[in-house]
Ligand binder design. Structure first.
Ligand code: PEP
Length: 250
């Protein structure tokens, strides 16, 4: 979208030990340079690496984020981490509502919305993931699902500065399958209209990322689609070389 600075974001999921910090170092180095003024970059490693990863990015435009947060600020929630804790580790973003969490942890739109509000309260950018399953697509419900997820996962206070949408068709995640450019264009145009109708000019400026089997070989085509304002990358973000190749597709 004209005037929107794209975001190329990596989601490491439950992958990465201290040895993987070499990849973060390589990405932090690789994004130094002119292109960084045009394209924002982010890696979301597992929470165990968050604090040390942000320290590695001191003199790099690479930002570090988390993959989930609890809706509450603190308290008796064993195993969870709060948005405030992520911000305290110098994280700048948090992914919420990823389809793997919606499935593995039965997260619904209301919870995703509460997590988005918690992210905003901690001054984090929330990357709100939405997307249809294969079954929903086959029965022609894709746009209905996107409409509902956008309406119910986003708080009224969402704006272009604190919220990024990631459209990730569930059947395209980790499968090597991607929708056609025409399908991506239709879905993103629909989401843009929905966002503009609810949030006005903020909705015009909100980034809408595409995610699902983005790799160096298809990045250029997908990123050139109208209303695609960057990518959320799973598997291909684990290797600095692949992440940087996608970044350089811009
Ligand atoms: C993701 O999980 O956000 C994702 C897009 O994964 P992959 O790129 O591996 O399909």
């Amino acid at each position: 979208t004209p005037d929107i600075r794209p975001l190329v974001a990596g989601n490491w999921k439950m992958n990465g030990t201290r040895a993987s910090l070499d990849q973060i170092k390589a990405i932090a180095e690789g994004v130094k340079g002119e292109l960084a003024a045009k394209v924002e970059t982010l890696i979301c490693p597992p929470a165990t690496l968050l604090y040390v990863a942000t320290a590695l990015c001191d003199d790099s435009p690479l930002q570090i984020g988390a993959q989930d947060c609890h809706p509450k600020q603190s308290g008796a929630h064993t195993g969870d981490i709060s948005a405030e804790m992520i911000a305290d580790c110098f994280g700048t973003h948090v992914i919420v509502g990823h389809s793997e969490r919606r499935t593995d942890h039965a997260e619904n739109d209301a919870l995703v919305r509460a997590k988005t509000e918690a992210a905003h309260a901690a001054d984090l950018v929330a990357i709100v993931c939405i997307g249809e399953t294969e079954e929903e697509r086959k029965s022609g419900k894709t746009l209905d699902v996107l409409k509902r997820q956008l309406a119910e996962s986003l708080p009224d206070a969402a704006g272009a500065a604190n919220t990024v949408i990631a459209y990730e068709p569930v059947w395209a995640i980790g499968t090597g399958l991607t929708p056609t450019a025409a399908d991506v264009e239709d879905a993103h145009a629909f989401m843009r209209r929905e966002l503009a109708a609810r949030f006005g000019s903020e909705g015009d400026k909100m980034r809408i990322l595409y995610g699902g089997s983005v790799k160096p070989s298809n990045a250029k085509e997908l990123m050139a689609v109208a209303n695609v304002d960057g990518a959320l990358i799973g598997g291909a973000s684990l290797k600095a070389e692949d992440f940087l190749a996608i970044y350089r597709a811009y």
